[in-house]
Design a protein around this ligand. Structure first.
Ligand SMILES: Cc1cc2nc3c(=O)[nH]c(=O)nc-3n(C[C@H](O)[C@H](O)[C@H](O)COP(=O)(O)O)c2cc1C
Length: 360
């Protein structure tokens, strides 16, 4: 199976299945001399971990990592960093009942048709669990970006869950450490409560919900992104769309720009810089020094207990009700995953820019 490696200069390879022994990541191209330890990575992993608040899966994913290589006396060596997260709370019993029956909205059918077999336990490689490895790599990338870029900030927040949406918000009023205190990563407490009710309601009806996550990167240096196929937008789009359940990505004004006139869409300039940031910090695929603003559309979790029509591996008509421990909404567990893919991509481009000796 190809396609498990992402990035050119800061290169990650993730491995492992949902119900296997462990998952992990190998990071190649990490600069030497960066201080990093398991505790720092675990802190990031804890943000992705399910909470026992009824709004995510009841799986008790401990998600404690071990660094196997590439770090010596607390500093990166410049050699491959290998990080492993053991699976501790695996219960595949609910999958036995639906063995060979394709779950609508999940990757069972496409994996089976592509490979002729599939790991039916928890989605195997297509599981949300795979993203634990990305967050481990993202923790390393974030550490480097914070060291290399003065004032670098990267955060995300929940904009919408099941149609409950917060109004426009000034990013300057947002701090990551405050956002993550909210159980849904929503900066508006009142709306957060309504979002939670929406999730609980969906779950009680055997349903699930999706939503929108906004990701913001501040003080990203001007000049990152390579014409023409390796544009910063193209790579960020790929990184984010590679996350399960992400179905759309937009930058800055996004899809709404299509309804505007040129003068309404352009970011005019004065000697101090850009007057607006409808581009979302990237023009011509190159960062322009403004905030990078991205939104991702997250679909409802496919595994629902409501009865649905499907087929089995022999092509017989079947109905399916999915039991087991599932997230009724991928948000906010997906939020740190989105941040991680953005951190990895920006770092990859920063290292690329350094290699060509571009403007500082
Ligand atoms: C953090 C995270 C958690 C997820 N949890 C679940 C889950 O509990 N049950 C499920 O069916 N899908 C879950 N998903 C979604 C599936 O992984 C995803 O929908 C599936 O792989 C099909 O891929 P696609 O939606 O990108 O087409 C999760 C995804 C993420 C990123």
């Amino acid at each position: 199976m190809g396609g498990n490696t992402y990035g050119r200069f800061f290169r990650i390879t993730t491995w492992g299945e949902s119900h296997g022994k462990a998952l992990g990541v190998v990071i190649d191209g990490c600069p030497p001399g960066i201080s990093i330890n398991e505790e720092e990575i675990n802190k990031e992993l804890s943000l992705r971990r399910p909470k026992s608040d009824g709004l995510s899966t009841s799986r008790k994913e401990e998600d404690s990592c071990e660094i196997l290589s590439g770090v010596f006396e607390g500093k990166t060596l410049g050699t491959p960093i290998s990080i492993i997260v053991n699976n501790k709370d695996v219960d595949s019993s609910s999958y036995e009942k639906i063995k060979g029956v394709f779950r609508p909205g999940h990757a069972d059918y496409t994996y089976f048709k592509k490979y002729g077999l599939y790991d039916y336990r928890g989605g195997g490689r297509a599981s949300g669990r795979e993203t634990v490895a990305r967050v481990a790599a993202g923790a390393v990338a974030r550490k480097i970006l914070e060291k290399e870029i003065k004032g670098f900030e990267l955060f995300s927040f929940t904009k919408d869950i099941g149609g409950i949406r917060i109004s426009e918000i000034n990013h300057n009023s947002l701090k990551r450490e405050e956002i993550v205190k909210d159980r849904l990563w929503c900066p508006d407490k009142k709306i957060s409560e309504q979002m939670a009710q929406q999730i609980v309601k969906a779950k009680s009806q055997g349903e699930s919900v999706g939503g929108i996550v906004e990701i913001v990167a501040k003080n990203v240096p001007l000049g990152l992104g390579e014409p023409v196929f390796d544009k910063l937008e193209a790579d960020l789009g790929k990184g984010l769309l590679s996350i399960g359940a992400v179905k759309g990505v937009e930058f800055g004004g996004g899809f709404n720009l299509s309804n505007l006139l040129g003068s309404e869409s352009n970011d005019q300039m004065n000697p101090k810089g850009f007057v607006t940031n409808r581009a979302g910090g990237i023009v011509g695929g190159i960062s322009n020094g403004e905030e990078i603003v991205i939104r991702v559309a997250v679909k409802p979790i496919p595994s629902i207990s409501k009865e649905q029509k499907t087929i089995d591996i022999e092509g017989n008509e079947r109905s399916i009700k999915i039991e087991g421990r599932h997230d009724p909404c991928a948000i906010p567990r997906i939020n740190p995953v989105c941040e991680s893919m953005v951190a990895i991509t920006i770092l990859d481009h920063l290292l690329m820019q350094k290699s060509i000796g571009g403007i500082k």
